[in-house]
Design a protein around this ligand. Structure first.
Ligand SMILES: NC(=O)c1ccc[n+]([C@@H]2O[C@H](COP(=O)([O-])OP(=O)(O)OC[C@H]3O[C@@H](n4cnc5c(N)ncnc54)[C@H](O)[C@@H]3O)[C@@H](O)[C@H]2O)c1
Length: 458
């Protein structure tokens, strides 16, 4: 089949895979190829066991794979034949040198820019899909400006706002699609070409355009605002626990104010995931770099409250369980950083597991989709850990259950049976406030929610 245009995506991760599968599904006239340096990952994309767990993803991939969606490791050919290149490589926090622990590590990003420059034989539109510090497109343009005289690269910013766990519905019905471009003739022309791709399924009024820098910055700011709401309600949960107020009642009361809104007001053990912390730290670094220490400090506090919340959770466990966890069996319900994903990057469960092991507790970890990642996260950590798929079996003989991920399945378990199988007194620490606390208390559990009075039998 003759395709209208050839699209390449560099980076077959949580963003590159699903976004390109959606473009392929909605735009059969385009050939979409996704490449990665990780051959194992590509093999998984070509198999029945996709490398990421995401509801609805397999259906989309199955319909398009080897029709107009292709996964391979042939970066060279991919670059040569493409008209449009999305760059969706990882941009983790830098772990060395200036900006260590805060700035974005742009080595993978720059490596792709140089590969594009070296291998291209025709002009192309290059699209930043990765989340990047504001002004990164300028660096990209500078590198690409060393091209042969008849080749022109136009750099666009098109940050991705999907949330893991709901990626397919977010991509099908995005709140908005943002396209940033240079406001030059060639910049606007390239922008229109990308807008045309999305117009195949997204309402035109939801596709918004901006200058490059606003677009790059908007992604960091969106994540900072989302994380800030979580830290805000979590900070109030600590005050609720001291005052016998109930954080769910407070959240409900404030959330009905249409200026505040209801979303992202669930108190919990805190946010995780590969993006929130890294993107806020990146924002903090940018503020410091541009001489705005007060603004940097303001956003840093969002991360500090998140760490405080996790430490508080452990301290509450320790205090409730008579100030010793040594030798006690603790069952962790959930390890993924949120429900409906197998992703455990920056999951609060990692920090909590390490702290519990330091207290010499014995861990039983259960999760419907993240056990493989959990094992590799805790691979080199000393202590007794077992991984058990079935939650009832995992809790058997334990002293306590800690709910760390809001998987739906945990709401419907037979807690009467679970209670009978546990050591007494049995504890539940509901780090996501998803369980029926009164019912659990009536069964016999000592229940410790977040931001609500504990229900105890002693
Ligand atoms: N995960 C999310 O929910 C999410 C949402 C929005 C935006 N983002 C942003 O999107 C970007 C990608 O995130 P992700 O979660 O998909 O990361 P990821 O780590 O899952 O995937 C990145 C992939 O890029 C590949 N890669 C790195 N350098 C390469 C190169 N030179 N050539 C070919 N492949 C290369 C890696 O092997 C990896 O498979 C990041 O900037 C992230 O901040 C992520």
């Amino acid at each position: 089949m003759e395709f209208k245009k050839k699209i390449l995506c560099i980076g077959a991760g949580y963003v590159g895979g699903p976004t390109m599968a959606m473009i392929a599904l909605k735009c059969p006239q385009y050939k979409v190829t996704v490449v990665d340096i990780n051959a194992e990952r590509i093999a998984e994309w070509n198999s029945e066991n996709l490398p990421i767990y995401e509801p609805g993803l397999y259906d989309v991939v199955e319909k398009t794979r080897n029709v107009n969606l292709f996964f391979n490791t042939d970066l060279e050919n991919g670059i040569k034949e493409s008209d449009i290149i999305f760059v969706s490589v990882n941009t983790p926090t830098k772990e060395f040198g200036a900006g260590e622990g805060m700035a974005a590590d742009l080595q993978y990003w720059e490596a792709t820019a140089r590969q594009i420059l070296q291998l291209s034989e025709s002009s192309k539109i290059i699209i930043e899909k990765s989340t990047l510090p504001v002004k990164t497109a300028l660096a990209m343009e500078r590198i690409l400006s060393f091209s042969k005289s008849d080749i022109h690269f136009e750099v666009l910013s098109n940050p991705e706002f999907l949330a893991e766990g709901t990626a397919i519905s977010d991509l099908t019905n995005p709140d908005r699609v943002l396209v940033g471009s240079n406001e030059t003739e060639s910049g606007l022309k390239a922008r229109d070409e990308l807008v045309e791709i999305y117009s195949n399924w997204v309402d035109r009024d939801k596709i918004i355009t901006a200058n490059l820098w606003s677009s790059e910055l908007s992604k960091l700011v969106a994540n900072a605002f989302l994380a800030q709401r979580i830290s805000s309600i979590n900070s109030i949960s600590a005050l609720c626990e001291k005052t016998d107020a109930d954080v769910s009642e407070v959240a409900n009361a404030i959330g009905m104010d249409s200026r505040i809104g209801k979303k992202f007001l669930n108190a919990s053990i805190g946010f995780g995931g590969s993006c929130f912390k890294k993107d806020i730290l990146n924002l903090v670094y940018l503020c410091q770099y541009y001489g705005l220490p007060e603004v940097a400090e303001y956003w840093l506090s969002v991360v500090k409250i998140n760490e405080f919340q996790q430490t508080r959770f452990i301290m509450n466990m320790l205090n409730a369980m008579f100030n010793t966890l040594a030798g006690k069996k603790i069952c962790l319900f959930g390890f993924a950083f949120k429900a409906d994903t197998g992703d455990t990057r920056e999951s609060p469960a990692i920090f909590i597991s390490k702290k519990l092991l330091e207290e010499r507790a014995e861990l039983r970890i259960t999760d419907p989709g993240a056990l493989k990642n959990a094992k590799s996260d805790l691979e080199n950590i000393e202590g007794k850990i077992s991984y058990i798929k079935e939650p009832g079996k995992a809790a058997y003989g334990c002293h306590a259950i800690a709910v760390l991920t809001e998987w739906e399945v945990y709401k419907g378990l037979d807690y009467k049976e679970i209670y009978k199988s546990m050591e007494q007194p049995a504890f539940i620490f509901d780090g996501r406030n998803i369980l029926d606390h009164k019912k659990l208390f009536d069964i016999g559990f000592n229940v410790f929610p977040i931001g609500k009075p504990a229900l105890t039998h002693f």
